[in-house]
Design a protein around this ligand. Sequence first.
Ligand code: SAH
Length: 239
Amino acid sequence: MDSAKLGISLNSAQLDKFCLYYRELVCRNSTMNLTTVTGWDDVVETHFLDSLSVAGALPSEARAARNFIDIGAGAGFPGIPMKIAFPELCGTLVDATARKVEFLSDMVAALELTDMGVRHSRAETQAHCESIREGFDLALARAVAPMPVLAELTLPFCKVGGLVALHKTAAAADEIAAAHRAIETMGGVIRDIIRTGGDNKVLVVIDKIRSTPANYPRRPGIPSKRPLLGLATSQEQTR
Ligand code: SAH
């Protein structure tokens, strides 16, 4: 597994954890829908290295962060690879689906990941939990919702001065342009859109510059039912 191309070196214990994670993922995939790719090389590229691209794109921030939250972690991406590669980070995985959360909890135990919480909840509900609202240096999400929705689901967890890093594809350019109102309302501003992979993958990096108003996120389901759509200014649209 060539993590060196992301500037990340893994020791043999960490590589063993990735192998164990792979075996468990493929084994449990026979009874539940966790991943569409199952070959080692494909899982490494599509899930493990793609998850770690956050650290490749934001090396100083990833190393300076003390904690992160992964919203809609599913089978654990990007949160579990990040935790294996950076064991000193405290992590929290959130997912709304009970069976996914069961798998996540089993993986945290099997991989002996310490300081790694798993919460079965919708982001809209968790974000109003005082103990974790605006409590994270880094908020992550991959393949959970369109950008305007995702901004509302992730930014409330991020500290002012922290970062949100969202995995998207370059094809999501319109989605990203339409998310400026949602991002601004949640207290964020787009810092950068970084290409992370040959096949159109980008990381949308958002700085949290102001506290999120207390009424956000709205009730479960409302962010996707009534997304805070808004066109960007002409300058933003050309980025
Ligand atoms: N991030 C993973 C999983 C993507 S599938 C990956 O990239 O592979 C999307 C996941 O988001 C599902 O597991 C679903 O249960 C979860 N999800 C969707 N909406 C959510 C919400 N509002 N709050 C918490 N989890 C949510």
